[in-house]
Design a protein around this ligand. Structure first.
Ligand SMILES: [Zn+2]
Length: 368
């Protein structure tokens, strides 16, 4: 059932179980009959099966399964997480060896994508519904719009942004934001093109975002392993450092910006930026499911223990593998060094503050 239907049903104290059967307020229907309808409505709402506490995912994608990044026709496999990253034997092609890595012992846990755009959307929305996630979703505008129409309560529209001949102008982005068609300017993926955030070509976009109060999510850090050999010839390891954001941040002190993938593995640079620029947030993104879990936890632990647990956001970076959302959420839940309060901060509260959600929106997410 789609989110709209579910929302309407919930208002009447009716819930669908995961098997698709309906029951009233989590109780067998005969109790409702015995108690009388008026009383049953109240009891039904109060006694409904608790939904999981809400999650804000600030980094979800609506991408076509044949998106060029993945190479070739679907299905595509990803390791989630990797046990070891590929070791390229240069006598053969890296893209081929990387693609084959999913069936290699070095891949700890391979996930195979669906083969159609429709299936990616359907399976992703089902997981959002089940885990009670509202997600900032980026991709080609027509696909994001399709997902938003399918689940208006769960999808906050973003955009996949590259600085190329198809890039919308700053004025177009400002208009989309004003019209409610764009909640976040991100994922800004210019790093894949070898373009630094301080590049003059990107400057008008930052000025627009600051002036319009439009939150920005920028890819800093982790692309696929071996990105310069997967067609991103200008991708460079040194661009994983969020220090590249310093000058834009100083020029635009009102800019609301989060660093996607938390600048992994440049931990010291990331801590320095968080310390020097208290308006900046980081988001875990793809490192929550491709890094060996011990490394992800070590990185997250340092961010939190260094005093920045109030500026870490959850993002799944789900691309065309819906199951990665569960792995990303579990990567937070399984972090034994986090208190329940710290987990809630990362999974919801920090993003609610960063996105400046209203009390009404927060209450609605909590089913209040
Ligand atoms: Zn992404």
């Amino acid at each position: 059932m789609d989110a709209t239907t579910r929302g309407a049903a919930r208002g009447q104290g009716i819930e669908a179980t995961r098997s698709g059967r309906f029951r009233l307020g989590g109780r067998p229907a005969w109790i409702a009959v015995a108690m009388g309808w008026g009383l049953a409505w109240c009891a039904g709402v109060a006694g409904a099966e608790p939904r999981p506490a809400p999650i804000l995912d600030v980094h979800l994608h609506a991408l076509p399964v044949d998106f060029p990044l993945f190479g070739g026709p679907p299905p595509h496999t990803i390791c989630a997480p990797f046990t070891t990253f590929p070791a390229w034997d240069q006598r053969g092609s890296y893209p081929e060896q990387f693609a084959a890595h999913g069936s290699d012992p070095g891949c700890g846990h391979a996930i195979v994508s669906p083969t159609t755009d429709e299936a990616v959307m359907r399976e992703t929305l089902a997981i959002l519904e089940e885990l009670n996630i509202v997600a900032v979703t980026s991709g080609p505008p027509e696909l994001v719009e399709r997902w938003r129409r399918a689940s208006p309560e769960r999808i906050l529209p973003g955009i996949s942004f590259f600085l190329d001949e198809n890039a919308p102008s700053p004025d177009t982005i400002r208009r989309w934001h004003a019209e409610g068609r764009l909640a976040v300017f991100g994922e800004v993926a210019i790093q894949y093109q070898g373009i630094e955030p301080d590049d003059p070509r990107f400057a008008p976009y930052l000025a627009m975002a600051e002036e319009a109060g439009l939150p920005v999510g920028i890819h800093v850090g982790t692309g696929p392993p071996g990105a310069p050999y997967l067609g991103f010839e200008h991708y460079r390891a040194r661009m994983h450092s969020p220090l590249s954001l310093e000058e834009p941040l100083r020029r635009h002190p009102q800019l609301r910006l989060y660093v996607m993938h938390a600048g992994w593995p440049m931990l010291d640079d990331t801590l320095a930026v968080l310390y020097a620029h208290p308006q900046v947030y980081v988001e875990v993104g793809v490192i929550s499911y491709i890094l060996p879990r011990a490394e992800f936890h070590r990185y997250l632990r340092r961010l939190v223990e260094a005093g920045f647990g109030n500026r870490v956001l959850f993002g799944s970076d789900q691309m065309i593998w819906p199951e990665t959302i569960r792995i990303a959420v579990d990567a937070i839940h399984s972090a034994g060094f986090l208190s329940e309060e710290q987990k809630r901060a990362i999974l919801y509260d920090n993003a609610a503050r960063f996105l400046r959600l209203s009390e009404e929106e927060i209450a609605a997410h909590h089913g209040r």
